[in-house]
Design a protein around this ligand. Structure first.
Ligand code: AMP
Length: 384
């Protein structure tokens, strides 16, 4: 193994305090690594609960950032919306994996879309607009329906609006004025899929396969793996993931969300420069899960086997399921099922649409896993 390998008990620094950092911390601590978390959340955040040290402050607090950096051997990020000056500062002092460039490109829809176009990677046709006139001509060129999305800090469908035949463009633009926005052709997809995988420092890649995703109100509801898609869709999806990973010279775990059209064409929707909600089923279904792979990639270790040993379905648990902010639901339907695993993120209180945890259900076949998952889902008071 090369000299640049970072071995336990070295310390992995995580930017961000949410559930993705928590699951990385759990995985890495099992292997003997130490963990330091830097977050603008309050102490005791989901990742901080499993960290050896937690730094709580704004991302522009360079003095606190330096104290964090002094303790760590390598830094990764568990969410992409980290201000660029913070990423620049980190990268000057410690190895940052994935790189600032990869995070910077993918944290902003305009940069992400231009990257995809430059690389010749298939995605929905789009225009970048910064005035009402440009917006109007973009909608005329792309046709209706189309969708306008904020350029920065959008996720889970936030900051976007579908343009239907009757939509009043002036009213929509009033919400976006002053901002750069991306206008995208509407894709009448037959299903949404994602590919989650990792790329190591020496450019090797290991993907978990194709995952089928079902959203409700723009938030992931169910993930199903392996996805029930044609082999040609699978091949395109894996090729697209590899093209994105190579184009970004990516190191770490990365997810690419995609649309599948009725004609069987696969288009990239979004890139997540980190583990992804749809990859949570890898925790119970794969030999090396997405957090194990992230740990290995950022520490310069060889990647593990991403292979899936069991078909699986993941059910997201949103705060709407909680009877009161501090009162947990009755978990009997999950805990009494021999093939279901409950994962909770240790969030202090529940609120609507907040991601609180997930359930993974495995089966001999994808149909069996899905049947069991739907039984469990219906036994939980999900439609409160
Ligand atoms: P995003 O935040 O861009 O991932 O979008 C959230 C969800 O909105 C996606 O998962 C799709 O269900 C839907 N969506 C976004 N863009 C498009 C598009 N161009 N065509 C059709 N549906 C879209």
């Amino acid at each position: 193994m090369s000299a640049s390998v970072i071995l336990p008990p070295s310390c992995i620094g995580i930017l961000g305090g949410g559930q993705l950092g928590r699951m990385l911390a759990l995985e890495a601590r099992r292997c003997g690594y130490r963990i330091a978390v830097f977050t603008d959340e309050k102490p005791g955040c989901p990742a901080g609960q499993w960290a050896d040290a937690e730094f709580n402050g704004p991302y522009d607090d360079t003095e606190m950032l330096d104290r964090f950096l002094n303790q760590v051997d390598v830094v990764t990020a568990e969410f992409e919306n980290i201000p660029d000056p913070c990423l620049v500062h980190v990268e000057q002092k410690k190895p940052l994996r994935p790189s600032r460039r990869a995070i910077w490109t993918t944290q902003h829809r305009e940069r992400e879309k231009l990257f995809l176009r430059d690389q010749g990677i298939a995605c929905a046709d789009f225009r970048i607009v910064s005035s009402y006139e440009e917006f109007e001509s973009a909608v005329n060129a792309l046709g209706r329906p189309s969708v306008i999305k904020t350029a920065a800090f959008g996720y889970d469908g936030k900051g976007q609006k579908k343009i239907e035949s009757s939509t009043d463009l002036a009213a929509v633009w009033a919400d976006f004025e002053g901002n750069h926005a991306v206008v995208e052709q509407w894709v009448p997809f037959v299903c949404e899929i994602s590919v989650v995988g990792a790329r190591s420092m020496d450019g090797r890649m290991a993907v978990h396969g194709v995952i089928e995703n079902i959203h409700e109100h723009h938030i992931l509801d169910l993930s199903i793996a392996p996805a029930r898609v044609e082999p040609s869709v699978r091949e395109q999806a894996l090729e697209l993931w590899e093209a994105v990973a190579e184009g970004l010279d990516y190191v770490g775990t990365m997810a690419v969300e995609m649309f599948v059209t009725a004609a069987g064409q696969v288009l990239v929707n979004e890139i997540a420069p980190r583990p992804h909600n749809s990859g949570h089923l890898t925790l119970d279904a794969c030999i090396s899960n997405q957090f194990q792979q992230q740990m290995r990639a950022v520490c310069g270790l060889p990647l593990g086997d991403p292979g899936q040993h069991s078909p699986a379905v993941m059910i997201n648990l949103l705060g709407d399921l909680w009877p009161a902010p501090l009162t947990s639901p009755d978990w009997t339907p999950v805990l009494s099922h021999p093939r279901a695993k409950l994962h909770l993120y240790g969030k202090a209180s529940a609120r609507s649409r907040r991601k609180m945890g997930h359930i993974n259900v495995v089966g001999e076949t994808v149909e069996e896993a899905l049947e069991n998952a739907l039984q469990i889902k219906h036994a939980l008071p999900l439609d409160r």
